[in-house]
Ligand binder design. Structure first.
Ligand SMILES: [Zn+2]
Length: 368
């Protein structure tokens, strides 16, 4: 019998030790996480476009509360919550229960000043956008757990997010903190800052201009993209109407969402968040003639002295492409054809190399 018992002990203490150690640790240690400060987003002039604000998370530890009625009354008053909500959480038997997160620091400090046993106030961070609407669709915003949802915030999430820390408290089997036991603390690691090529001033000016045009043309939306052609750096990317990054779940149209289904509301939000400059296709039209003309000159398909005749249209494969001048431009040389932005002229030399073009470009060329 001793042999069997000894065997069982060896099994439990050696082979299963890790498993039981973990269970015991779970029971004796209460873990509260410390949020990491998310990296800031900074423009080329050093202006901070996305920052963090200190906020508090209020939790209660059931087994430590001495005067539940006073705690409930105080939390209702300070947080403006209904008694029902607070009571349900305070009276729930659990190791730790979160009452509310993203509470202003002043309110958090006020709650802490009561020194009620069992009420914990932990500081963490909330994303904050100092310029509300500026470059909203480019920057994007974060969700309740500080993870990026759209835009640069999600694109560079892994660099911005940082590593959360933890506070470990030792408790006895009933979940009561052991006095004088050392509180273990693993500090959080803040995320990296993200420097972007946007320029606050140019972005702001372009936004004003876009709003003016939208008003004048009664447009649904207006996009402006300002790029340094030497480097490809984007100085401004405006898509009005923008939305308020500090309140991204409220529709910028001011429309009433109460009659919408959940799906309709999500659709409307997705439309509002959409960065048209990046996501929508845009027919380049005559601006693309720069590419075809350069290609024609570069390959020697035509020269500046070549003459073209424009009767007002040109048949290309199965379609008739018209020139913007109905009667046609008549005879003209390369320079004048470009000056007049004449359409039939461009197809003449494009067709020479047409069959070597990849299909997508072919379609583009046809429409130019
Ligand atoms: Zn023409």
């Amino acid at each position: 019998m001793m042999l069997v018992l000894a065997g069982r002990l060896v099994y439990l203490m050696i082979f299963e030790s890790e498993y039981y150690q973990e269970l015991a640790q779970d029971l004796h240690e209460r873990e509260r996480s410390i949020k990491a400060a998310r990296g800031r987003i900074i423009d080329r002039t050093g202006t901070v476009l996305a920052d963090n604000r200190t906020v508090c998370t209020i939790s209660v530890i059931h087994s430590q509360i001495e005067d539940p009625e006073a705690v409930i009354e105080m939390l209702c008053r300070e947080l403006g919550l209904s008694e029902e909500t607070v009571r349900a959480r305070v009276e729930k038997v659990s190791s730790i229960e979160r009452i509310q997160s993203n509470v202003d620091k002043e309110i958090g400090d006020a709650i802490r000043s009561y020194h009620y046993a069992g009420v914990k106030v932990d500081e963490d961070f909330k994303r904050y956008y100092p310029y509300n609407e500026l470059a909203s669709k480019v920057l994007g915003f974060t969700g309740s757990d500080n993870q990026g949802i759209i835009g640069l915030e999600v694109m560079y999430d892994e660099y911005l997010e940082g590593i959360p820390g933890t506070i470990l408290t030792l408790t006895d089997a009933r979940g009561i903190e052991i006095e004088n036991a050392k509180e273990g603390r693993v500090e959080s690691v803040p995320g990296n800052d993200l420097m972007v090529s946007l320029d606050y001033n140019i972005q702001f000016y372009a936004q004003q201009e876009a709003l003016r045009v939208m008003e004048a043309k009664q447009a649904e939306y207006v996009s402006i993209l300002i790029m340094n052609p030497q480097t490809g750096e984007i100085y401004a990317c405006v898509n009005v109407p923008e939305f308020n990054l500090n309140d991204p779940f409220t529709l910028n149209t001011g429309g009433d969402t109460s009659s919408m289904t959940e799906e309709q509301k999500q659709d409307a939000l997705n439309r509002m968040w959409r960065n048209q400059s990046v996501n929508d296709t845009y027919e380049p039209g005559s601006t693309f003639k720069i590419f075809t003309s350069s290609a024609a000159l570069l390959t020697g398909t035509c020269t500046l002295q070549d003459h073209f005749s424009c009767p007002g249209y040109k048949i290309v494969e199965d379609r008739r492409i018209r020139c913007h001048k109905v009667g046609g431009h008549g005879g003209q040389d390369f320079t004048h054809a470009i000056m007049n932005s004449c359409n039939p002229r461009i197809q003449k030399y494009c067709l020479h190399s047409f069959h070597f073009c990849p299909p997508a470009l072919r379609r583009g060329l046809l429409y130019v």
